[in-house]
Design a protein around this ligand. Structure first.
Ligand SMILES: [Zn+2]
Length: 323
């Protein structure tokens, strides 16, 4: 276990930097630290931007780095009064309609302002990469909202893709971007404080830049290492996990997860997964578990999903279109 960011005052900047030339290719917006107990994303973005600035490689397009919840990062907690990744609820009116958000009002307005400025400045395709970590251990995965092209994202990263989950949440940054016609993906790099998580995140940024044609692979430091890491971590995991269940948690529920669950672990119908003031909480059916809550803050106890292959997904989509 590491504490990768001992000096939290260094998190105090919203804009982490940019690299590339306007109009020369796609725009990639990377965001780290939407949750204040997840500093690894900020460090990963800084690391990539630092390398680019030092080495000035040939580069098509532009990459921007932004910090999410600066106040919560300083405090080392997920959020102060509101989860910054659940309050992008009125995409057309932001930031005027964000009364009563307490400490997070300034964070929402600040991040919204930076993103809007970038979107107003750039031309051509934009993709946002939102970097997160989880309280449970387990392999990295990505999440998209169901309206996006799954095949395209599978092509970016050799790791499981989670569908059906973002659509169960309200007010995420991904929703905001998709609502405005842009692409957006969440990358979950692993457990909050592991060094491997940080490497996964740095790798994810580089892989995305290579896949989008911004930089050739041979100019990326340790590209094969990063790619092999992710591929090896995902061995034996489903191509797609389609989430069908979310266990909601209220602040006064006294929710406690049973110890020892990792992301993607199998659970059996009836298995005791946790308890709260109402009693035991059991799995409603056989499934794989995702993001079991092992930290004080958060409104999602755990998620359950069914594994699918890419061809299952294509068939389901066709059935839906024909229905
Ligand atoms: Zn997060």
């Amino acid at each position: 276990m590491i504490h990768p960011f001992p000096d939290r005052s260094a998190m105090a900047s919203r804009a982490l930097g940019r690299f590339g030339t306007a109009g020369s290719g796609p725009t990639i917006i990377t965001v780290g630290g939407m949750h204040g107990n997840e500093p690894a994303g900020v460090i990963a973005i800084r690391s990539v931007l630092h390398y680019l600035a030092q080495n000035q490689p040939e580069f098509r397009g532009q990459i921007f780095g932004l910090t999410g919840n600066m106040k919560a990062l300083k405090a080392g907690s997920r959020f102060l009064s509101h989860d910054l990744n659940r309050i992008w609820t009125s995409p057309d009116e932001l930031p005027s309609d964000c009364r009563d958000l307490g400490e997070e009002r300034e964070e929402l307005e600040g991040l919204h302002q930076e993103i809007t400025a970038i979107l107003n400045e750039v031309r051509g395709p934009v993709i946002l990469l939102d970097l997160h970590t989880t309280s449970a251990e387990g392999s990295p995965f990505m999440m998209v909202d169901d309206s996006q092209n799954i095949d395209e994202y599978k092509n970016y990263f050799p790791i499981p893709i989670i569908t059906g989950l973002i659509d169960r949440l309200r007010g995420t940054l991904v929703h905001f971007m998709v609502h405005h016609g842009h692409r957006a993906v969440v990358f979950e790099g692993g457990q909050h404080e592991k060094i491997s998580t940080l490497e996964n995140m740095i790798g994810a940024i580089w892989i995305l830049l290579v896949k989008l044609g911004c930089i050739p692979a041979h100019l990326v430091p340790e590209f094969d290492y990063f790619k092999q890491r992710l591929t090896a971590d995902a061995l034996g995991l489903p191509e797609i996990l389609d989430v069908f269940y979310r266990h909601p948690v209220q602040a006064d529920d006294q929710f406690e997860m049973e110890p020892g669950y990792f992301n993607f672990d199998f659970v059996r119908m009836g298995e005791i997964l946790g308890h709260d003031k109402h009693g035991l909480i059991r799995a409603p059916q056989d499934a794989r578990i995702l993001m079991p809550l092992y930290q004080g803050q958060g409104n999602d106890g755990f998620f359950l999903g069914t594994e699918m292959t890419l061809s299952d997904w294509a068939i389901a989509e066709t059935d839906l279109a024909n229905a």
